[in-house]
Write a protein that binds this ligand. Sequence first.
Ligand SMILES: Nc1nc2c(ncn2[C@@H]2O[C@H](COP(=O)(O)OP(=O)(O)OP(=O)(O)O)[C@@H](O)[C@H]2O)c(=O)[nH]1
Ligand SMILES: [Mg+2]
Length: 284
Amino acid sequence: MKTIQWYPGHMEKAKKRIRAKLRLADIVFEMLDARAPASTMNPAMDDVLQYKPRLLLLNKADLADDEKTEAWLERFENEDIPALAINVLTGRPAERLIQKSRDVLKEKIVRRKEKGMKEVPVRAMVIGIPNVGKSQLINNMAGKNKTKTGARPGVTRHQTYIRAGKDFELLDNPGILWPRFTSKKTALNLGLIGSIKDDLLPLDDIALYGIDFMMRVYPKSLLSRYRLDELPKHPFDTLEAIARKRGFLLKGGMADHDRAIRVFLHDFRHGAFGRLTLDDPYDV
Ligand SMILES: Nc1nc2c(ncn2[C@@H]2O[C@H](COP(=O)(O)OP(=O)(O)OP(=O)(O)O)[C@@H](O)[C@H]2O)c(=O)[nH]1
Ligand SMILES: [Mg+2]
């Protein structure tokens, strides 16, 4: 996992780097984690992107709660924000993505044609916070024809493009954004899905928050994963029950909470509880 700590200086640098590359792109793919669209969205995007057309990609939809993903898409549609739910690990979203991009850029493409300009490939730049699947998307879309179209002249720093389908190119070097920490809840959500360094927040805080969330929203998944008959009232007692059920004991018979924490987080991050979504689309 990336060891990025974001300080104001880092953010300014990241913004600058993204802005410099932005000029080369017709459209920006802002990747989010479908399990936490609000928490993985960056609040400085408007400022960085200005009027550049963009498309939100709710990635890892295979891990998210389908109903909530639908509700998120509905919300974005109501707000006139182009968005798609995708899975770049096992899915083949390239066609849908290219089609949707052309849709978003319709007017620009028509204008170019009217001016008699020759057709040029649509170029997309991928951005997002760590671990949302930016590299995976590029690999997925590049498919077999992973031939880079080469550095182009007239660009200060050499930029390469990857062809993805006819007349469509991806900037091969994704822009990494800083996660936002507008609230403790956001930070904990990012910790749970593994989008921030583990030492930014205490692991027991993340795990207890996650257990509490599971107890409230997906209690059945929690019960069945650890073969528990019932859930205690408090997350800490659930942690204790997980440790005992799994036989994680210290000398003297005390429950090994640290081990249970590690197992819970591993399970959560690897989809062992089935599909789930942390951010509620109607929670403002
Ligand atoms: N289940 C599932 N896993 C995914 C998906 N996309 C990416 N992953 C996994 O998520 C992890 C992160 O993917 P990357 O493509 O490396 O993420 P990134 O945004 O490039 O991360 P950084 O380079 O750290 O900024 C990898 O283990 C991927 O296999 C998806 O659609 N579904
Ligand atoms: Mg990457």
